[in-house]
Design a protein around this ligand. Structure first.
Ligand code: SAM
Ligand code: DTB
Ligand code: SF4
Length: 338
């Protein structure tokens, strides 16, 4: 088995992105097969538990209070409302439930409420994930103690492009949070956004930063920018689909054992483009009609796509219980769970 490397140079990653498309895909798919079942895709459902009104200025984000995007700010949801959504997600076939909050960082008084949600979702037999902004060391430990499996915190873009996108916190703040998350024994979910006007060299910079973290993230979300009216990036040119597939393929080669998530932007992608992403090494998706505030493909469309491609939803072990991700297509076809 090819060794997992943490010593990638930026030029090596750029050289991957520069390969002829067929050569890049062949290498990525070989790495994928070596480390994963190429026909199994992990399925997570997202819920925005606290929406909008965020003080940060991330140029892509519909939830930043300073941009007029039409997103209505809402308070932290109740435990019962979150649990009802998690049950729905489980019934629809998701095995992980990811709770997102539009915070710069949670206040200490928020943590017990979120901890309670995590415990309740976990007791359904689902994996849990949260993305709440910057975390202190203590907060990370408390969330771990509540049953949190994964923490999502993205670096978003290349170090040298970061200052074009976000001014209210530094890349180093994000790296510090990722350190606290790792130290607490949580699994890390960390990736970025492509299609924000960065160059291919800068995409190499994003992937290089991810691939040279002290540990490869367990899960690497690659988001294609969702261009939301009212944000500074609303008029950004759509990233070429092949360029997006190249980013997925290079992530797969550089971090072969990680889960690579085909994340935001799927609603604007054809089935054929998504199939290329799965071939290039993507093996995880967000499933359900909504991401946090923007749209995602209908579950029916995803189930039909899985069926057409012979993909099955990945099973997970939660404590001693195996969650069978039997996704039943309402049209009659059943997407088998491994
Ligand atoms: N507020 C927390 C934070 O920023 O860490 C957690 C939620 S934040 C919405 C999570 C991630 O969603 C961001 O880091 C970014 O990568 C992604 N995201 C937000 N808006 C997006 C957009 N318009 N297109 C693609 N990805 C987006
Ligand atoms: C990630 O990398 N992408 C997800 C999740 N982690 C939290 C969020 C995508 C958000 C897209 C814009 C929205 O729906 O508000
Ligand atoms: Fe706030 Fe997170 Fe959106 Fe940035 S990405 S504006 S921190 S919700």
């Amino acid at each position: 088995m090819t060794a997992i490397r943490h010593d990638w140079s930026r030029d090596e990653i750029l050289a991957l992105l520069d390969l002829p498309f067929a050569d890049l895909l062949a290498r990525a798919h070989a790495a994928h097969r070596e480390h994963h079942d190429p026909n199994a895709v992990q399925v997570s459902t997202l819920l925005s538990i606290k929406t909008g009104g965020c003080p940060e200025d991330c140029a892509y984000c519909p939830q930043a209070a300073r941009y007029a995007t039409g997103v209505e700010a809402q308070k932290l949801m109740s435990l019962d409302a979150v649990l009802a959504k998690a049950k729905q997600a489980k019934a629809a076939g998701a095995t992980r439930f990811c709770m997102g909050a539009a915070w710069r960082s949670p206040k200490d008084r928020d943590i017990p409420k979120v901890a309670e949600m995590i415990g309740a979702v976990k007791s359904l037999g689902m994996e849990t994930c949260a993305t709440l902004g910057m975390l202190s060391d203590t907060q990370a430990h408390v969330l771990k103690g509540a049953g949190l499996d994964y923490y999502n915190h993205n670096i978003d873009t290349a170090p040298e492009y970061y200052g074009e996108i976000i001014h209210t916190r530094e890349l180093q703040d994000r790296l510090d949070t990722l350190g606290h998350v790792r130290d607490a024994g949580l699994k890390t979910c960390c990736g970025g956004i492509v299609g924000m006007g960065e160059t291919r060299e800068q995409r190499a910079g994003l992937l290089h930063t991810l691939a040279t973290l002290p540990a490869h993230p367990d899960s690497v979300p690659i988001n294609r920018l969702v261009r939301v009216a009212g944000t500074p990036l609303a008029e950004e040119r759509e990233l070429d689909g092949f360029e997006f597939v190249r980013a997925i393929a290079a992530a797969r080669i550089a971090m072969p054992a990680s889960m690579v998530r085909l994340s935001a932007g799927r609603a604007e992608m054809s089935d054929e483009l998504q199939a290329l992403c799965f071939f290039a090494g993507a093996n995880s998706i967000f499933y359900g009609e909504k991401l946090l505030t923007t749209g995602n493909p209908d579950t029916e469309r995803d189930l039909a796509l899985f069926d057409r491609l012979g993909i099955h939803a990945m099973q997970v072990e939660v404590k001693s219980e195996t969650v069978h991700a039997d996704i039943v297509d309402p049209c009659g076809a059943e997407t088998a769970a491994a």
